[in-house]
Design a protein around this ligand. Structure first.
Ligand SMILES: C[S@@+](CC[C@H](N)C(=O)[O-])C[C@H]1O[C@@H](n2cnc3c(N)ncnc32)[C@H](O)[C@@H]1O
Length: 269
């Protein structure tokens, strides 16, 4: 698919910088999953986890450090996998492995019965088809395992991001839009922004997400909405020690991120 090929190339421009940023954060002892994820994911000791869209593996490694017995990170970009392996080696983490794959094709390449399928922080918009995504999650989950996601709230993604800091909420990206947004810029949260990197981002509504998981045979245990973001989108305040950011002036006005936990639906009738 043309759009996925572009995204692969665009994300590849960031691999080395992300690796350097995450290594630096680890070396300063400042790396952690954000506080909402930590609380909602719970104790991962002894769990087998697959981490979808793992980038250069920083969160995958953190899950291993938190006690998971086995963690497999998956990402589209070959250099992300190379740098993820390098990061794990430099940090002395042996329980993390990494696979290069498009999530849209993962179920053809990889089998597994995982206790947790995990994905977070900037993932869904890169995927063109949530039914394929949800069926892949179902394919990878063990009977008593669960799926967990923390990502940008779809409603928040429709705003013009350059105006939010000035307290202006203006719809720029249609909430119900089916065509992907085309951009020439990528990065900014763990590297400089790179220009001339054509990439495509799909809008998925809240009902798209929940219905895709339900159609794939999953039961939603919770869906939570939050006014905090996982990176500073511009003019946000850092909430110290949490890995989260907020707009103090419009804290109660709209959701910025969401989380969802789901498990295989067992008909108990
Ligand atoms: C914003 S990053 C995820 C952030 C991640 N939580 C982190 O710790 O940096 C999005 C990731 O999705 C990956 N990606 C994009 N499209 C993908 C696809 N179709 N299949 C697998 N990975 C994909 C990108 O290569 C990138 O690493």
């Amino acid at each position: 698919m043309k759009e996925i090929d572009c995204n692969k190339e665009a994300w590849g421009l960031l691999s080395q910088d992300h690796y350097a940023t995450f290594l630096n954060r680890y070396q300063k002892g400042a790396y952690q999953l954000n506080s909402i994820i930590q609380k909602e994911l719970g104790n991962v000791t002894g769990k087998r986890i697959i981490h979808l869209q793992c980038n250069t593996g920083a969160d995958t490694i953190q899950l291993a450090k938190m006690g998971a017995s086995e963690v497999v990170g998956v990402d589209l970009v070959p250099d992300n996998v190379v740098y993820a392996k390098k990061l794990a080696k430099e940090l002395g983490v042996n329980q993390a492995q990494f696979i290069e794959s498009d999530i849209m094709k993962l179920s053809e390449l990889h089998m597994g019965q995982y206790d947790i399928v995990f994905t977070s922080e900037g993932v869904l918009g890169w995927l063109p088809d949530l039914d394929v995504w949800a069926n892949t999650i179902s394919h990878l989950l063990s009977e008593d395992g669960f799926f967990y996601i923390f990502d940008s709230h779809p409603f928040f993604l429709s705003f013009d991001e350059s105006k939010l800091g000035k307290n202006v909420t203006e719809i720029k990206y249609p909430y119900f839009g089916k065509e992907p947004d085309e951009s020439e810029e990528i990065g900014g949260y763990a590297s400089e922004v790179k220009e001339g990197a054509k990439n495509y981002f799909w809008m998925h509504t809240v009902s798209d997400i929940i219905n895709a998981l339900t159609r794939a045979g999953l039961h939603v245990e919770f869906f939570n909405e939050y006014p905090e973001n996982y990176y500073n989108i511009g003019d946000m305040d850092e909430i110290k020690g949490t890995g989260l950011y907020e707009y103090v002036q419009n804290k109660d006005k709209y959701p910025i991120s969401f989380s969802l936990k789901a498990s295989i639906y067992h008909n108990r009738k």
